[in-house]
Write a protein that binds this ligand. Structure first.
Ligand code: SF4
Ligand code: SF4
Length: 193
């Protein structure tokens, strides 16, 4: 069977090039002039004591302009008694594309409302891609990401693992909008809380 001749795919935004662009060399020179101009301008600023390119010299400097919606470090939310809201269902670990969440589930017979809890909850930030899928998958709103970024620089990969205690307490958050089983029922006859 003979294959049909190969035809290059035509894109909807295919650029229209005149002879000037097709000659190639002029556009290359124009690109080098733009890049060189930016380089020389920044170098001039540095040599005269002003800051040139908007480069943040991490970790000595940290950006102050992270967007409010930036997906940074994870937080495990707490119940009002400080226990993790997580029920160790493993959905976040299952959906994580980088497979960086490790959870050990345990059983607490003294808490019939939440008998299953994570005895170990760890995230390996050396491989996390900050996609936020773990947050999306959680049925309990037990894991969130805030805009602050983890303090990652380390010569030791083990230092990039964050455990349950830090994830729970570094930025304590509780889901106040969620009704908790076992909370005393409010007496409606006493009016709004
Ligand atoms: S942000 Fe993405 S890569 Fe990081 S732990 Fe969550 S699901 Fe995994
Ligand atoms: S953080 Fe959420 S999705 Fe992950 S194990 Fe806990 S309850 Fe399940």
């Amino acid at each position: 069977m003979t294959r049909p001749p190969y035809r290059r795919k035509q894109y909807w935004n295919e650029p229209e090039m005149g002879w000037y662009e097709r000659a190639y060399l002029f556009e290359i020179l124009r690109g080098l002039a733009i890049t060189g101009g930016v380089f020389l301008r920044n170098m001039g600023k540095w040599m005269t004591g002003r800051k040139g390119a908007l480069t943040t010299y991490y970790p000595e400097e940290t950006r102050a302009d992270y967007a409010a919606g930036n997906r940074g470090k994870h937080v495990l939310t707490q119940r009002p008694d400080g226990s993790p809201q997580c029920v160790a269902c493993n959905m976040c670990a299952t959906v994580c594309p980088a497979k960086v969440i490790e959870i050990d589930a345990a059983f607490d017979p003294d808490d019939p409302a939440h008998p299953k809890y994570p005895s170990r909850f760890e995230i390996d930030y050396s491989r996390c891609v900050f996609c936020g899928l773990c947050v999306e998958a959680c049925p309990e709103d037990a894991i969130r990401m805030v805009k602050e970024v983890p303090n990652l620089p380390s010569l030791d990969r083990h230092g990039m693992w964050l455990g349950k205690d830090e994830l729970l307490t570094w930025h304590p958050l509780s889901d106040v909008a969620k009704p908790y089983p076992g909370a005393p029922a409010r007496d409606k006859s006493r009016g709004p809380a």
